[in-house]
Design a protein around this ligand. Structure first.
Ligand SMILES: [Zn+2]
Length: 156
């Protein structure tokens, strides 16, 4: 299938999501070797989960299906340009590429405005709308020390 064809599949998921009152108008699919290995639609309101964006749902679904925490060799097709949270999830899951249909400006016109979060990233943590306060403790590095000496760890 063409990139346009996969994007149309993601858009169908987005539209169905709205028609079924599952959440916002967003859908995403994960493709590997010409096959869908994961898919998701926005489920924020139906599952009371603010992180249940289409891309996150699709990444979780694909990783569970593949049996890996990485999406090496996969392409994500999203009905809309990913928000900052999904952008982070995409980088952590490491697919090869991302294609999206609607732009973030088009999403903003429907009330889904990511600009606020993008702007927040550049601010000093304590100056954000939701302030982030750093409190360094003697124990702060302990988990990293344990991680570093754990020979059974799985790096990612
Ligand atoms: Zn998102």
């Amino acid at each position: 299938m063409t990139h346009e064809g996969w994007l149309k599949e993601a858009i169908k998921l987005a539209t169905t999501s709205v028609m079924n009152n599952q959440g916002g108008p967003f859908g995403a699919i994960v493709v590997k070797n010409g096959q869908i290995v994961g898919q998701g639609n926005n489920q924020v309101t139906s599952t009371s989960d603010p992180t249940a964006h289409a891309e996150v749902v699709a990444i979780r679904n694909a990783c569970a299906n593949i049996g890996s925490h990485q999406l090496t060799g996969c392409t994500i097709y999203s009905s809309c340009e990913p928000c900052p949270m999904c952008l982070g999830a995409i980088y952590w899951s490491r697919p090869d590429k991302v294609y999206f249909a609607a732009t973030r400006l088009e999403a903003a016109a429907s009330g889904f405005d990511d600009a606020l979060i993008y702007n927040e990233i550049e601010k000093p943590p304590e100056k954000r709308i939701i302030p982030f306060h750093h409190i360094g403790l003697a124990e702060s590095k302990q988990p990293f020390d344990v991680w570093g000496s754990n020979t059974g760890r799985i790096d990612y």
